[in-house]
Design a protein around this ligand. Structure first.
Ligand code: C5P
Length: 238
């Protein structure tokens, strides 16, 4: 089985089109400011620093485009309009991706703490297997419950992972996955699920506990602490 993409080029879709209702803030969570920088710009800057990345497509409301415009970025920046669901925003971003790209790397703008090493490992696994996602083995016990809130099962947690982004998928598999999900009317909450629907294998890559998705108000305090810790460790290393 050849799972290798047809080309080595990588397009990033940076998702910044959500409204962040669970955060309860006037500004969507991915644009809340951490130490003077809008959150989505943290990962945007990482992707721009990577020679493996050929272009970045930002999915966001036109109101926020100026956060990414007016700078001389080392690679092309494109924009796409958000859709109603996360997967609709990915689909919208995919329309702007260069048709010759081999891999599409999708990332949540609300996850500011990725580094180049994690992105490289996800891209490398996707080059080898066709689809890969960052994640962590869960550190807690998971219960499957019915809609009334009663426990129905306790899955063995040894094989359970919490899924993060970045996730990277061959462009042709992503296109096929969307065709399938649209045909069947299926909603997915992450990107490699589209590949799973096709019956193809997805490789998990160990991410980091600090690769959090800022979602609810307490996450902002946690994010500030993570950033301070990262800066401190960088200061100690230099
Ligand atoms: O809502 P959720 O936390 O899953 O969002 C994850 C990421 O996807 C966020 O960066 C958010 O801005 C983005 N998103 C999007 N379009 C949507 C919903 C979410 O770009 N319709």
């Amino acid at each position: 089985m050849s799972a290798h993409p047809s080309s080595n080029t990588v397009s990033v879709i940076l998702l910044a089109g959500g409204q962040g209702l669970r955060m309860g803030a006037a500004t969507p969570k991915q644009f809340l400011v951490l130490e003077g920088k809008p959150m989505a710009r943290f990962s945007f800057d990482i992707f721009h620093s990577m020679p493996e990345v050929d272009e970045v497509v930002v999915v966001c409301s036109p109101d926020y485009r100026q956060l990414f415009e007016g700078y001389s970025w080392p690679k092309p920046v494109k924009f796409a309009l958000p859709g109603a669901r996360r997967q609709d925003s990915v689909f919208s971003g995919m329309q702007e991706v260069s048709p010759s790209c081999g891999l599409v790397c999708i990332h949540d703008g609300a996850r500011p703490f990725i580094d180049t090493s994690l992105v490289e490992r996800v891209l490398q696994a996707a080059r080898q297997y066709g689809a890969a996602a960052a994640g962590m083995p869960v550190k807690f016990t998971v219960k499957e419950c019915c809609s009334q809130g009663f426990v129905r099962s306790t899955p063995d947690r040894s094989g359970i992972w919490e899924v993060q982004t970045p996730q990277a998928v061959r462009l042709d598999w992503l296109v096929e996955g969307f065709r399938h999900s649209h045909g069947q009317g299926i909603t997915v909450t992450d990107d490699v699920s589209l590949v799973e629907l096709l019956g193809k294998e997805v490789r998990m890559v160990e991410g980091a506990h600090h690769n959090i998705k800022v979602t609810v108000p307490i996450d902002l305090t946690i994010a500030q602490n993570i950033l301070a810790t990262i800066k401190q460790s960088q200061g100690n290393a230099s």
